[in-house]
Design a protein. Structure first.
Length: 106
């Protein structure tokens, strides 16, 4: 039986943050990291190390790569990011509040 090939390396990654103070102020999530190649791999590895859920969506990453670090996501992406946040919330609920190490492929 042949071993499965390793998954393809991510070519790009974007990290979003959504602090409680931003939620309370009615602000949108902001872009906290972006990268390509090895930097993308490092962003994903760091997220996994800290138990941050990793979701793969090439379309959303491509759209978010057009914005600067610390910039809040634009209104045009609110629905897509809201769906992502709902996915994270479901993971947290399924894991009893801890979504550590969970991944999804889109």
């Amino acid at each position: 039986m042949a071993a499965e090939p390793p998954p393809p390396r991510p070519s790009r990654a974007v990290a979003l943050s959504y602090a409680a103070r931003e939620v309370d102020a009615g602000l949108a999530p902001r872009i906290s990291a972006t990268g390509q190649g090895f930097l993308a791999e490092a962003i994903i590895a760091r997220a996994r190390e800290h138990g941050v859920p990793v979701h793969e969506s090439r379309e959303l990453v491509a759209a978010l790569m057009h914005f600067d670090l610390d910039e809040h996501i634009p209104p045009a992406l609110y629905v897509a990011v809201a769906e992502l946040l709902a996915w994270v919330r479901r993971l947290e609920g399924a894991a009893g509040g801890e979504a550590a190490g969970r991944d999804a492929r889109a």
